[in-house]
Design a protein around this ligand. Structure first.
Ligand code: SF4
Ligand code: SF4
Length: 164
């Protein structure tokens, strides 16, 4: 099964067109953190570093720098959030009352976290293919939100522009 979801055509930092190629895919986060926040700290885009710093969260205990840039996306830096010994991101916490995982910097979380469980690949200079990351448990949940143009515009586009 292809993991392609939609072709997005750009026009100088604006969307010219979105063509959805997988019509009935739904998503609802289970807050399990298994295939996202427990897999190490995310790499940060340039805007992430500034935003998290302005919110007062950045210090030597939360950021680490890789020797080289490991991301294929242009705006990603060599910085990433640190992980704990068990591999979970330093900002992951468990809400005992809700029995669910939460991000303690949710409002300023990195762009990669905001697009998860989706990713994209450049097709050419003005278009990209949105893809899903198949292992996430929230995909194909019948109670989830339909991943259509509205979903993509509402939840994903701002973060995609930060990563591009
Ligand atoms: S994005 Fe997917 S893997 Fe991560 S917490 Fe939500 S359902 Fe679980
Ligand atoms: S910043 Fe928040 S959403 Fe991103 S990996 Fe860490 S805990 Fe998860």
């Amino acid at each position: 099964m292809s993991d392609d979801i939609a072709k997005i055509v750009l026009e100088t930092k604006q969307i010219a067109d979105i063509t959805v190629c997988k019509g009935n895919l739904r998503f609802k986060c289970k807050r399990c953190a298994i295939f996202c926040c427990k897999l190490g700290g995310p790499t940060l885009a340039e805007n992430d570093v500034q935003r998290i710093k302005e919110a007062g969260y950045v210090n030597d205990n939360v950021l680490e720098t890789s020797a080289r840039n490991i991301s294929r996306h242009a705006s990603m830096t060599q910085s990433r959030l640190r992980k704990r010994e068990d591999g979970s991101c330093v900002f992951l916490k468990f809400n005992e009352r809700l029995k669910a995982y939460e991000c303690s910097i949710y409002d300023v979380r990195p762009a990669l976290c905001r697009i998860y469980p989706f990713d994209f690949e450049r097709i050419n200079s003005n278009s990209l293919m949105l893809k899903f990351i198949p292992c996430c448990r929230g995909l194909n949940d019948p109670d989830g939100e339909l991943i259509d143009k509205k979903f993509i515009a509402k939840y994903l586009l701002d973060a995609i522009f930060e990563i591009l």
